[in-house]
Design a protein. Structure first.
Length: 460
């Protein structure tokens, strides 16, 4: 298969990993696994120096360059704010010259070809604000498909242009995000009207977007999400996990609760902490996540003195905390911590999918999550559901997890079974069918004769 798919790299190059970044990595890897050539479109602050490929590569990965735009780019951004980019944004093809050690930004290592357009994503936004239309990206070679992994006002000529809209949180819970709501709604309406196709990640999000925007049902496809957990994590024995969490974090196996995700209003961290405190649980709560936005109240609760206690360690009295926050962990260590937890708490107010729920189920860790948005669909009877707006509801669930080992074991078994629905092979099939419907790649005769709607697989 010679077909190529060009993905945006915006969320793959951020300093802190995001859920959309995880989605983009999985999407590109899945496309490559079924025979597509995966290409990436990068913005950033650094252009391509044809005379010095090594310097180009160094600048692309340089942290200082990432923070400081060149004078030329600053002028271009200013002018785009006035007049947009009516003649498009020119990109240049980029090849690794071997100057920078591979693995420094491993999310970029697996792409067959890179395209770089300095300031691309900011210039696209400026153009959309000015004209209410997508800016054209001018490429040296045209891919078979242009797939943007989040709503962004960019397009290219000569191939289908499709866009993933994960959810419409800024419109459904406007108090929980800092997005410009008017521009977000304007962009979503524009994409649903002009794109060759819209992709989303759950049947809930699909129906939510249809109801809110009015897009025709055959123009939006739910592919769900997937997660690939390497054997080095899934096959790790309980004894190995227990040893690692003990040495790395001072925690006992199956004797702590865990939440992971950005500290932001949508994640409902404050209510979760209040519920945990009210439960009287003796098992500590570990929160893993960077600071998103509007996090002051959440951080204050995490640091609350009511969670401070003292314990004897040999001949010393040392302070400890029942609620602890770890800003960041490498993926393998994070998944090990999840695997060793008594339960994962994820009482989010709204999710288009809810990847932590899937990851925890795949690892056999029981989950407490919300009864709203896509979370009941993803967990499908394999988790305890709570009302995320009701502290008492979350409290009761934690108390049950504290004392009912039989329930937790049952949920662990159900969770693994449910996670199999999202396994990589199933995701490969859904993605291959979608791309084939758009005229990219090949698919079986049976799949080719099926309508696009057949891809909207509901949870069993």
């Amino acid at each position: 298969m010679d077909a190529s798919v060009l993905y945006d790299g915006h969320n793959l190059t951020l300093a802190k990993s995001t859920g959309i970044g995880t989605y983009a990595r999985t999407l590109a890897a899945t496309a490559a696994s079924i025979g597509f050539k995966a290409e990436i479109l990068l913005g950033g602050n650094s252009g391509i120096d044809r005379k010095d490929p090594q310097l180009s590569e160094i600048n692309l990965f340089d942290a200082l360059t990432a923070l400081q735009a060149s004078p030329k780019l600053r002028v271009e951004r200013y002018l785009a704010g006035l007049w947009g980019k009516p003649f498009g944004v020119k990109s240049a093809e980029f090849s690794r010259a071997g100057a920078v050690v591979k693995g420094v930004m491993s999310s970029l290592d697996g792409f067959d070809r890179m395209h770089v357009a300095p300031g691309l994503f900011e210039l696209g936004q400026s153009h959309f604000y000015r004209y209410g239309a997508r800016a054209e990206v001018k490429l040296s070679t045209t891919p078979s498909l242009f797939h943007m992994t989040f709503p962004t006002p960019l397009r290219t000529r000569g191939c289908p242009n499709i866009y993933t809209i994960h959810d419409i949180v800024p419109l459904r819970l406007p108090q929980t995000t800092l997005d410009n709501k008017k521009q977000f709604l304007r962009l979503v309406r524009h994409l649903c009207r002009k794109a060759d196709h819209i992709v989303t990640v759950s049947e809930f999000s699909r129906q939510d977007i249809i109801r809110f925007v009015g897009i025709a049902e055959n123009r939006i496809t739910n592919t769900y999400q997937s997660v690939h957990l390497p054997a080095s994590i899934t096959e790790k024995s309980d004894d190995e996990v227990a040893n690692e969490v003990s040495h790395a974090f001072g925690l006992d196996f199956r004797s702590y609760y865990m939440f992971y995700g950005a500290i932001e209003p949508k994640k409902n961290v404050s209510r979760m902490i209040d519920a945990y405190a009210a439960s009287g649980s003796a098992f500590p709560l570990i929160i893993v996540g960077g600071l998103g936005w509007q996090y002051d109240d959440d951080v204050e609760k995490i640091k609350d003195d009511r969670f401070l206690y003292y314990r004897r360690e040999a001949d010393r009295i040392v302070p400890s905390r029942r609620v602890q926050r770890i800003p960041y962990l490498p993926f393998s260590q994070l998944m090990t911590l999840v695997k060793g937890a008594r339960g994962v708490l994820f009482p989010s107010l709204y999710e288009g999918f809810g990847l932590p729920v899937l990851e925890a189920m795949a690892l056999g860790t029981p989950v407490i999550t919300s009864n709203v948005a896509a979370l009941p669909e993803v967990s499908a009877g394999a988790a305890v559901l709570v009302d995320p707006s009701d502290v008492d509801s979350i409290t009761r669930a934690i108390r049950v997890f504290d004392h009912d080992d039989g329930l937790r074991q049952d949920l662990a078994l159900k969770g693994r079974k449910r996670a199999a629905f999202f396994e990589p092979q199933a995701y490969q099939d859904r993605l291959a069918n979608l791309y084939a419907k758009l005229g990219v790649g090949s698919v079986s005769a049976e799949a080719a004769s099926a309508p696009v709607m057949s891809l909207q697989t509901t949870a069993p």
